[in-house]
Design a protein around this ligand. Structure first.
Ligand SMILES: Cc1cc2nc3c(=O)[nH]c(=O)nc-3n(C[C@H](O)[C@H](O)[C@H](O)COP(=O)(O)OP(=O)(O)OC[C@H]3O[C@@H](n4cnc5c(N)ncnc54)[C@H](O)[C@@H]3O)c2cc1C
Length: 549
C-alpha cells in the first residue's frame, strides 16, 4: 500500500491540530474572512518543514517529499477543511498545480520542479479555467505559439487569460493549460515572467482567506523545456488523469467543513432550551437538521475511504469513484452547513457562531474541481457504459455480493442496499429499452441515484470491518447510520427512479406490475423503511453523547 505509516500520519495531524489551536483561532479566522485577506504567513508556516511541511505530504519521496497516499491526503484535507476552507484551498492549489508535472512531466522536469517545490516551499497555482471555458475546458482560447530556430522548436509564446485561479495572485510557480500547435498542453511558468500579470483578488462569497485571481498572458516566452512532458497535445489527458485524487481531496473538504458545522450544532442543541426541553431531545429538530446530515456525511466518508484504499492499492485514477465521492461529500457538507445555520436559529445567522462562515466557505466545493452537475454527468455516463457492457448485470452482480454481506452481518442495511441496487439496475434497463438517456435531465438524475445507491452499498459493506477515524461513534451507531442511508437510497430509487422513467417514457410503467421489475420491487423498497424512526432516535442520542455541550 502506498502512503504514510499510521504514526507519521498521526504526527502530521496532531502537529496541524496544535498549530491551528495556537494560531488559527476563530477570532483570527473571522478577521481574515472579514478583511478578505490571504494569510501568506500561515501558508509559509504550514509549508515550513521545521513546523509542519504540509506540502511535502503530496510530493513523492524521490523528490524530497513524504510520499503520502490518497488516504493520507483525505485525512489531512478533512482536517484542514475543518479548520478553514480558505486556507485549505491555498494548500489544494499547490497540490493541483503540481499535478500536471507529477502526472505528465519528464523525469528531469519532475526532479527539478518537484524538488524545488519541496525544498523552497513554493506556492503553486493551477491555471486551467478561462472566462469562456470552465466545465468545457476544450473551449479554451489561451494559445501557445511555437518559437523555432533552424526549424527546431526552442520555446513558446503564451497569450490569453485565465479566470478564477486559486493562489493566482500570490503563487511563485504556475502550471498553465494552453493550446499549442499539437493541441492542449501544460506549461510551467514562474512569477515575474515578462508579459505575465495577475488580476486583483476576487471579492468572493466564501473562502475569503484564499486568493483567487485572473491571470493575463501577453506573449509570455517560455523555453521548450517548460512544456510538460515535452510532447504537445497531452494537456487534457493529463488533467483527466488526476481527477481521481483531486476530487477525493475536495470530497474530504466537504466532509471536514460539513462536520465542522455539525460539531457546532450538536452541542448547541443540548444547551438551548425551547418548549421546556433541550432541542436535542426534539425529534422534529434532530431528525430533520442533525441526523440526516451526519448519516450522509458518514456514507460519503465510507466511500472516500474505499476509493482511497483502492488508489493506494495501485488502481489507477478511478475518475468515476472520485466523482461519486466528491458529489456526495460536497453536497452533503453544503447541506449540513445550511442546516447548522437553521439549527442555531438567529444565532446561526450571525458571524460569531462560525456556521454562517462555514456555509459560505463550503459552497465552493460544489463548484470547483468540477461542478455537481458535471459530477452527475460523469457518474451517469461512466456507469451507463458499464450497464451496457455487462448487459445490465453491473448492479445486479453487486447486489448479489451484498446478499453475502447481509448473510454475514444482517444489521448493516446490506439487504436494503441490495434492493436499491436491483431497483437501480431496473431503472437503467428501462432507460435503455426506451432510450430515455437522450434526455439530459434523466441522465443527470441517474447520476444522482447512482451516487446514493453506491454510497449505500459501500457503507453497508464496510461498516462492520472498517473504523471511521474522523468521528468517534460506536459501531452500533454507525450501523444504524448505514441502515438509514440504505433506506434513503432505496426510497430515492423507488420514487425518483420511477418518476423519471414514467416522466420521460412512452410505454407506461404504471399499471404494468406483472411485467415491470421496478414496480415489482416497490413493496419491498417500502417495507425496508420499517425501523427508520427507531434508528434515527438511536443516532440522535449517540451524536449528543459524542459531542456534548
Ligand atoms: C473560488 C474559486 C476557485 C477556483 N480555483 C480554480 C483553480 O485554481 N484553477 C482553475 O483552473 N479553476 C479554478 N476555478 C474554476 C472552477 O473550476 C470553475 O468555476 C468550474 O469548473 C465551473 O466553471 P464555470 O465557472 O465556467 O461555470 P460553467 O461551466 O459555465 O457552469 C455554469 C453552470 O452550468 C452548469 N453546466 C456546465 N456545463 C453544463 C452542461 N454541459 N450541461 C448542463 N449543465 C452544465 C454547471 O454545472 C454550472 O451550474 C475556481 C473557481 C472558483 C469560484
Amino acid at each position: 500500500m502506498a502512503g504514510l505509516d499510521a504514526d507519521t500520519l498521526n504526527m502530521v495531524l496532531s502537529t496541524l491540530g496544535k498549530y491551528a489551536d495556537r494560531k488559527l483561532t476563530p477570532e483570527f479566522l473571522l478577521k481574515l474572512d472579514h478583511d478578505d485577506e490571504f494569510p501568506r504567513e500561515v501558508l509559509t508556516e504550514l509549508y515550513d518543514p521545521s513546523q509542519i511541511g504540509l506540502h511535502l505530504l503530496f510530493l513523492p519521496e524521490a523528490y524530497g517529499g513524504l510520499g503520502g497516499g490518497a488516504y493520507d491526503v483525505y485525512r489531512v484535507s478533512e482536517a484542514m477543511a475543518a479548520i478553514d476552507l480558505g486556507i485549505a484551498t491555498g494548500v489544494l492549489a499547490t497540490f493541483l498545480g503540481t499535478d500536471p508535472i507529477a502526472v505528465g512531466g519528464t523525469e528531469k522536469q519532475k526532479a527539478l520542479w518537484m524538488g524545488r517545490i519541496a525544498e523552497e516551499g513554493l506556492l503553486v497555482a493551477y491555471g486551467a479555467t478561462e472566462p469562456q471555458a470552465g466545465s468545457d475546458l476544450a473551449a479554451m482560447k489561451t494559445k501557445a505559439e511555437s518559437v523555432t530556430e533552424d526549424s527546431k522548436v526552442t520555446g513558446y509564446k503564451l497569450t490569453g487569460r485565465k479566470q478564477w485561479i486559486s493562489n493566482g495572485g500570490v503563487a511563485d510557480l504556475y502550471t498553465i493549460l494552453a493550446l499549442a500547435p499539437g493541441g492542449p498542453s501544460w506549461f510551467i511558468l514562474e512569477r515575474g515572467a515578462e508579459g505575465f500579470t495577475q488580476g486583483k483578488p476576487e471579492d468572493k462569497h466564501g473562502i475569503r482567506a484564499s486568493n483567487t485571481a485572473a491571470l493575463f498572458l501577453e506573449e509570455v516566452y517560455v523555453d521548450a523545456d517548460r512544456l510538460v512532458g515535452g510532447v504537445e497535445g497531452q494537456g487534457l489527458v493529463q488533467a483527466q488523469a488526476v481527477f481521481g485524487y483531486t476530487r477525493l481531496m475536495v470530497a474530504a473538504f466537504g466532509l471536514g467543513a460539513g462536520w465542522a458545522a455539525l460539531k457546532r450544532a450538536i452541542p448547541y442543541s443540548q444547551m438551548r432550551i425551547q418548549g421546556g426541553a433541550p432541542l436535542s431531545q426534539k425529534q422534529g429538530y434532530t431528525h430533520k437538521l442533525i441526523v440526516p446530515n451526519a448519516v450522509r456525511l458518514e456514507a460519503a466518508r465510507a466511500y472516500i475511504e474505499w476509493a482511497s484504499e483502492r488508489l493506494d492499492g495501485g488502481e489507477h485514477n478511478l475518475p468515476t469513484e472520485g466523482a461519486v465521492a466528491k458529489y456526495m461529500a460536497t453536497e452533503s457538507g453544503n447541506k449540513a452547513a445550511e442546516d447548522a445555520i437553521q439549527a442555531l436559529g438567529g444565532y446561526g445567522y450571525t458571524k460569531e457562531y462560525m456556521v454562517e462562515k462555514i456555509k459560505r466557505d463550503v459552497r465552493i466545493t460544489c463548484i470547483y474541481e468540477g461542478t455537481s452537475e458535471i459530477m452527475e454527468w460523469t457518474i451517469a455516463r461512466d456507469r451507463w457504459q458499464e450497464h451496457l457492457k455487462t448487459k445490465g448485470s453491473y448492479y445486479t452482480d453487486w447486489a448479489d455480493r451484498l446478499m453475502q454481506a447481509h448473510a454475514d452481518h444482517p444489521d448493516t442495511g446490506a439487504a436494503t442496499a441490495e434492493l436499491a441496487l436491483r431497483a437501480l439496475a431496473a431503472v437503467l434497463e428501462r432507460c435503455r429499452l426506451e432510450r430515455l438517456t437522450r434526455n439530459q435531465h434523466v441522465l443527470f438524475r441517474l447520476g444522482e441515484l447512482i451516487a446514493w445507491v453506491e454510497t449505500a452499498a459501500i457503507f453497508a459493506e464496510r461498516v462492520t470491518t472498517h473504523p471511521t477515524p474522523g468521528i468517534k461513534l460506536d459501531r452500533e451507531a454507525h450501523k444504524a447510520m448505514a441502515r438509514i442511508h440504505a433506506r434513503d437510497a432505496a426510497m430515492k430509487v423507488a420514487t425518483e427512479g420511477m418518476r423519471w422513467v414514467i416522466g420521460a417514457g412512452t410505454t407506461g410503467e404504471v399499471g404494468a406490475t406483472g411485467r415491470s421489475p421496478l414496480l415489482a420491487l416497490a413493496p419491498a423498497l417500502y417495507a425496508a423503511q420499517a425501523g427508520l424512526i427507531a434508528d434515527m432516535d438511536l443516532v440522535a442520542a449517540r451524536l449528543a453523547e459524542a459531542f456534548p455541550a
